[in-house]
Design a protein around this ligand. Structure first.
Ligand code: PRP
Length: 184
């Protein structure tokens, strides 16, 4: 059998596949009620959001419009720069629409703060934020997710979309990386 390259770098599982799917099902129930009849636009913020976004969408039973923005306030490093780079914007006309920004993680809050500014003058009827993971202790901006699946402290989490050095996004659960991996 082939070596599991990712698993050997993981110290421990933080949130299992089952825990993640249970939380997503609960969140989908809430959103199905909250947005019934409103045909919201779900804007996924790439890249890290893709597994969460796909799993959440498959649990929604309301009509939704899907689109993505590729944005980052990091340039390959681990420290947010405070400047937003948008590689791909949405081309959906947001005027009068209910917008739901979907993130994998809210950390310093810089990315969301800048993204909200970026979307502010497009005439959306409402803008809400949902995230898989919330790290409130690390916040530098006044950003509070409307819904989150899990809260965590300052753990170095990877998997289920979250990367370290562009690896581990395809891990099916959220794990803590071994210190020797990111200490190299
Ligand atoms: C991650 C995540 C958020 C942002 C959160 O994206 O997807 O967009 O960082 O951090 P913040 O609250 O400190 O701004 P990243 O820029 O790493 O890009 P990626 O999704 O392509 O990994």
């Amino acid at each position: 059998m082939a070596i599991n390259e990712m698993e050997q770098d993981i110290d421990r599982v933080f949130f299992t596949e089952e825990q993640i799917q249970t939380k997503i099902a609960e969140l989908a129930e809430t959103l199905n009620e909250e947005y019934a009849g409103k045909f919201p636009v779900f804007l996924g913020i790439l890249k890290g959001v893709y597994p969460f976004y796909a799993d959440l969408m498959r649990r929604l039973t309301i009509h939704v419009q899907t689109d993505f923005i590729a944005a980052s306030s990091y340039y390959g490093g681990c420290v947010s720069t405070g400047k937003l780079t948008i590689k791909k914007d949405t081309d959906v006309d947001l005027k009068g629409r209910h917008v739901v920004i979907v993130e994998d993680i809210v950390d310093s809050g810089n990315t969301l703060y800048l993204l909200k500014q970026h979307l502010a003058d497009r005439g959306a009827a409402s803008i809400k934020l949902i995230t898989l993971l919330d790290k409130p202790a690390r916040r530098e901006r006044d950003i509070v997710p409307d819904h989150y699946c899990f809260r965590c402290e300052n753990e170095f989490v990877v998997g289920y979309g979250l990367d370290y050095d562009e690896k581990y996004r395809n891990l099916p659960y959220i794990g803590i990386l071994k210190k020797e991996v990111y200490g190299k």
